[in-house]
Design a protein around this ligand. Structure first.
Ligand code: BES
Ligand code: ZN
Length: 853
């Protein structure tokens, strides 16, 4: 058990380690409950180091022996590791430790999943494997020897290139210096799906995706995605792969999505395994993006890493930005942008507007695992996007070339990153840096003026106080704007306005009639836009905006306005919205995937946030009713259109997960969902029965559940898929998602009693508890039963897996939006969690921040 006494780490306290690590040699003698790890590390004291203390991290290690230059020494065990007296000249440090992979349910360090050994070291897991300076600025080359404990681990993998591989022993050598968090080891009964890739300088790389027997048929898509990623990074960023082999392993028990260990990426099986029968189009797209993301880390993260964990966005923000560019290139740019903005608003905005708000580069933490957040990732990527918008594409490319050239092999900071842009563009980016240090979502308000020739946009910015930051300075906000005339022609193509002050006006001369602005095109900055315009204007933009994002946004604004009106005043749904939407849906020149997005509407949680900002107390039940009513209004208003939309977007022939057919399926399924409200599930039942791929089967099941006709389908679905974990996760999620708000806790309790509810598996836990928290009306049901149920399970999971528990505490982060009764109930649950004996540092930090924020 970790020491729960909260210790806060500050960015300002950074001091380099006083020793360089010249080389690391590790030997693993694998055993499920008693693995021996023998380390031989060459240290060199750094002259004039400010910190000369020889401290090595170590947690949950049984020390067998420690030697310096071959001589047994005495070590001093201290909090979180050990200290020793060491020579002031280079020396060889050797230890032997024993660890217990079988007992490691936290899935950090070396652990076992289905009889397979695997590791997860980011951020601070290597210290559970051996004593080491476990910090990203200590980089070294690693040699690894793995010895099997019998014949059940025929495959033994580590980073770099395989040197000697036999049944009993494997030797690996990684020539590229790396921090310990990129170390990886996998051993078990695995089968390879192989391929090769020839790099731009004509080197052949051996590629393999390693899976448990039985999953071989689910690798082809991931492999194709890997090859596309390798090619794309060469074409777009000039980045070539740098080892003879690249291995990916799929594991069933994994806290996160995937991990970029050098040459040996480890993936949650849900993020790499796919076949048409078992994976949805959404799964395929996500797999392609994650494979790309982890591969792209080879340059943005591995070759150039982070000096300390405060700089996490240096690798994550940039790599998310890169994988988004990749997806936009492989699929549809506007669709990807809209998807990302939906995610940003659903995950990052609530974080930034609540007690967990923190800057993209935080200044302190207790447990770094709690800072792999939407802010660091998604807002971090938005910040890169703004930088690119401000300097332009060419300057961005030039700056990246300089970044790779100058910092290859280094552990860097945001200052290094910004300096590269300042030097290559000559631009002063001091004010831009505020995006890294200031938390909160800025609000940009727009006022228009027109005098017969000159059109003026008055822009102003403000930012509400966030924890620890009461006063905010004005930021540089790139606001993209285009102008349209009354016919909807674009009369001024997209321009970038640089809002740098609290208030600023921008004029557009020579307009004989009043232009219509389209503002924040492509969502050029992660802000909320307050525009004082009416629904006529929005309907005009929905019909005519030449910017695909803003056209979608106009529909979204109309939907929001309509929903808020329904919640607050019981007004009927806006006909201008329904008519405008109908025109868009009927426009066959528009991409089906885009039209499917148009059919969406703001989530219930987003509406709750909006109401809260407007000064109202959101009523989850009323929001639920209004959302449902809007869907029904759409079904009725489009009743003549839906059968055609559905029929015309059926895809014939062999299944392809490509953007084109996937877009058609998403439009057909969106139509099906509405159609179900008119035909009581008749079409859905047909689709469910005849589906030959998971996208159609699951959409059929989902619609049937909506129509309360899903009982039989749930049974046949279970019978069909009971041996496929990833599909059974969907089966659990579906039932939670579609529960009636008042029946949610009952449904979840029943699912928790199901023999397949293997709650120690993070995917399974999230399939149920993540969906419980995401069910807005059910989670916030007035009974408070869901709050209690989630808290019960978090308390149960915490001693087993603190990381996953802590992340799920975020379900409570919006608690102050709601009425006093709900607040009191949530507070009670948070305090109950906080009062548990031996609560992990991870969960303690989250619960405390949520309560105090
Ligand atoms: N480096 C992370 C994985 C990670 C996160 C390890 C937190 C340890 C703690 C990896 O590159 C990553 O970011 N994975 C994401 C998916 C990605 C597509 C954003 C994940 O696992 O969710
Ligand atoms: Zn990442």
């Amino acid at each position: 058990m970790k020491d729960a006494a909260p210790q806060t780490i500050y960015l300002k306290d950074y001091t380099p380690f006083g020793f360089a690590v010249e080389s690391v040699s590790l030997t693993f003698r694998l055993h499920p409950t008693a693995t021996r790890v023998i380390s031989k590390i060459r240290f060199t004291p750094i002259p004039d180091a400010s910190d000369t203390r020889f401290f090595l991290h170590g947690e949950q290690l049984k020390l067998i022996s420690a030697k310096i230059d071959g001589v047994e020494i005495n070590t001093k065990m201290v909090e979180g590791g050990l200290e020793a007296d060491v020579p002031d000249v280079p020396f060889t440090w050797e230890t032997e430790v024993e660890i217990n992979p079988q007992a490691n349910t936290a899935l950090e360090g070396l652990y076992m999943s289905n009889g397979m050994y695997c590791t997860q070291c980011e951020a601070e897991g290597f210290r559970k494997i051996t004593f080491y300076p476990d910090r990203p600025d200590v980089m070294s080359v690693f040699d690894v020897k793995i010895e099997a404990d019998g014949d059940n681990t025929p495959i033994m993998l580590s980073n770099g290139n395989g040197v000697e591989l036999s049944k009993a022993r494997a030797t690996w050598s990684d020539p590229w210096p790396k921090p310990a968090y990129l170390f990886a080891l996998v051993a078990g009964e695995l089968i390879a799906h192989r391929d090769t890739f020839t790099t731009l300088s004509d080197k052949q790389v051996q590629l393999a995706i390693w899976v448990r027997p039985g999953d071989e048929h689910k690798c082809a898509f991931g492999m194709a995605a890997l090859k596309k990623s390798m090619k794309w990074d060469e074409d777009v960023y000039g980045r070539e792969y740098d080892l003879d082999e690249f291995n990916i392993v799929a594991v069933d028990d994994f806290n996160m999505g995937a991990m970029e260990n050098k040459g040996l990426n480890i993936f949650n099986s849900s993020c790499v395994l796919a076949s048409p029968e078992t994976a949805t189009d959404g799964n395929f797209e996500r797999i392609e993006a994650i494979i790309a993301h982890e591969y792209f880390h080879n340059w943005t993260g591995n070759r150039i890493t982070c000096r300390d964990w405060f700089q996490l966005c240096l690798k994550e923000g940039l790599t998310v930005f890169r994988d988004a560019q990749f997806t936009a290139d492989m699929r549809s740019e506007p669709v990807k942008r809209i998807d990302d903005v939906i995610t940003l608003r659903a995950r990052q905005f609530p974080e930034d507007q609540g007690p967990l708000s923190h800057p993209v580069r935080p200044e302190s933490f207790q447990e770094i695992n709690n800072f792999y957040t939407a802010t660091v990732y998604e807002k971090g990527a938005e910040v890169i996007g703004m930088l690119k918008t401000l300097v332009g594409d060419e300057a961005y490319s030039k700056a990246l070339d300089l970044y790779f050239m100058r910092h290859d092999g280094q552990a860097c900071t945001i200052e290094d990153w910004i300096a590269v842009f300042e030097e290559s563009t000559g631009r002063d980016l001091n004010q831009f840096k505020l995006w890294y240090s200031q938390s909160g979502t800025p609000e940009v308000a727009v006022r228009e003026a027109y005098d017969g020739t000159t059109f003026t946009l008055h822009l102003s910015q403000s930012s509400a106080p966030t924890p620890g930051q009461s006063q905010k300075a004005a930021q540089v906000i790139p606001v993209t704007v285009g102008l349209l005339n009354d016919n909807g022609d674009e009369i001024l193509p997209t321009q970038v306005l640089e809002l740098t002050q609290e208030e600023q006006s921008f004029t557009f001369e020579g307009h004989a009639s009043r232009p219509i602005p389209s503002i924040l095109r492509g969502f050029s900055a992660p802000v909320t836009l307050r525009q004082d315009i009416d629904n006529t204007r929005r309907a005009f933009l929905l019909a005519h905006d030449t910017d695909a994002f803003n056209r979608w946004e106009a529909g979204r604004d109309l939907a929001r306005d309509s929903l808020l009106g329904a919640v607050l005043e019981g007004t009927p749904h806006n006909t201008a919205y329904l008519q405008g939407l109908k025109a868009v849906l009927s426009d066959e020149t528009l991409d089906p995937a885009y039209r499917a997005l148009m059919l969406g509407q703001p989530s219930q949680s987003e509406l709750a946030s909006e109401l809260h900002k407007m000064g109202h107390t959101p009523d989850p039940a009323a929001i639920h009713t209004a959302s449902e009513a809007l869907r029904r209004a759409k079904a009725e208003a489009f009743s003549d259109l839906l059968p055609g939309l559905y029929a015309d977007n059926q895809v014939a022939g062999t299944f392809s997960p490509d953007a084109g057919p996937a877009g058609q399926r998403s439009l057909a399924n969106a139509a099906l969902s509405l159609l179900t409200r008119l035909d009581q599930g008749k079409t859905a039942a047909q689709q469910y029965a005849s589906a030959d791929n998971m996208t159609l089967q699951l959409a059929g099941l989902s619609a049937l559940l909506d129509a309360e006709k899903g009982e039989d389908a749930l049974e046949t679905f279970y019978d069909q898929w009971q041996n496929d974990r990833l599909v059974i996760d969907k089966w659990f999620s579906m039932q939670v998602m579609h529960a009636k708000p008042a029946a949610l806790t009952k449904t979840v309790r029943k699912l928790c009693d199901h023999p397949d509810f293997e709650w120690k598996n993070p995917n399974r836990f999230r399939a149920v508890m993540g969906m419980l928290a995401a069910h807005h009306a059910g989670f916030h049901h007035e009974s408070g039963g869901a709050y209690e149920l989630l808290a019960d399970w978090l308390i149960r999971l915490d001693p087993v897996n603190p990381q996953t528990t802590a992340r799920m505490c975020a379900a409570f982060q919006t608690w102050k939006r709601y009425d006093q009764t709900r607040q009191t109930m949530i507070q009670g649950q948070l305090e109950r969690i906080a009062s548990q004996n031996g609560l992990s540092r991870d969960t303690t930090e989250m619960v405390t921040r949520i309560l105090e924020g």
